[in-house]
Write a protein that binds this ligand. Sequence first.
Ligand code: UD1
Ligand code: UDP
Length: 385
Amino acid sequence: METKKIKILSVVGTRPEAIKMAPLILELKNDPFFDAALLASGQHSDMLSQALSHFGLTPDENLKVMKERQTLEHITSSVLVGVGAFLDANPQDMLLTHGDTTTTLAASLAGFYRKTPIGHVEAGLRSRDMSRPFPEEANRVLTDRLCSLHFAPTGLAAENLRAEGVSGESVFVTGNTVIDALFWTLAQNGEAKVLRGIPEEAPLALLTAHRRESWGEPLARICRAVRRLMEKHPELRLIVPLHKNPEVRNTITDILNVSGSKNIVFTEPLEYPEFVAAMNRSLFIMSDSGGVQEEASALKKPVLILREISERPEALDQGTGLLVGSDEHIIEREASRLLEDISYRESFTKRGGGSCPFGDGNASKRIADILKSYFSGRVRERFNA
Ligand code: UD1
Ligand code: UDP
């Protein structure tokens, strides 16, 4: 008799969800135990398909909810209705959501309303400040309340969940799947077009910024600090992959695309392997991205974190990350020091003893094994006990 396959639906909406879920989706698709499907909310349009295509993934369905300068209400309501309708037409044994975007929360809520068990990948990250990052802290806290299985990337994330009263039986420390994606991509060792015009001897840095709480004056301060850095250091080259969001793109180009910008390479969002190569070639990174902090840790690159508060204290403890917020003086001072002082730069990677706290590249395999145990009854029995 043929055994019934376990139907698992992964929902992704934005670039980081695609990159971080791709290794797990591939793992599930390659395992005959599962019937794995992929639903894209389309919260991001081009950035989502760009990220998925690197892993050879095409969504089974795309809700295509994105609108120019979309509101949080628009994303929430359209993803909630769209995922609900998909689940009605295609009932699932489990729904997997990732991280802390508005797609994550709305898709999880749709699963919860249909009593479909939900597994939350990258569960348990906490800044403990609902306004920073906004709205991500609320998204992940609420999502964790709705889930049956919590895949915590680190021991600290697992502790956060237990401290909130989440049953320890439902929490698994797996590592972060972004490290799987990073190692998979590094192994391909592709050529990076973005680095072609950068002289080999030139020091290089990388800048990304997009967070909602930085829109306006904080982002303008970050850009003014970077402009002064570039003026002070004519030898420095900088790659700036611009996020598609016009709200951030305009501020960055208005302030940086002036004097001193001849050493700045502005690009469209980079294909993941190109971005990985740019991180790897850089002396240091300036970013407000969550995923970039984790990748920088694995690549042992110093990263100036353009945020006031972090839900990834592991990078600060390890020493690869330094919180600089949006203070013009601090950003310029720390970036100059990283550029000029080799021993300061090296101290970032030496302090933590070298290992990456975010994972070892095997998180997806662990999650797939846990899902198998859950559906074989071994984990579930413990839940129902
Ligand atoms: C979203 C997530 C954030 C995540 C980030 C990753 C929410 C509320 N925010 O922020 O948690 O860190 O993605 O990048 O879930 N746009 C395009 N093409 C694209 C993508 C975006 O044109 O492929 C433009 C659109 O005008 C869109 C705007 O960017 O309205 C903002 O997109 P949105 O997903 O709302 O916010 P992000 O800042 O991208
Ligand atoms: N990234 C990419 N191309 C780029 C910029 C970023 O592939 O031009 C990758 C990066 O390596 C990381 C992820 O996108 O894996 C981070 O996405 P983003 O900064 O948009 O979101 P966050 O991590 O802040 O949620």
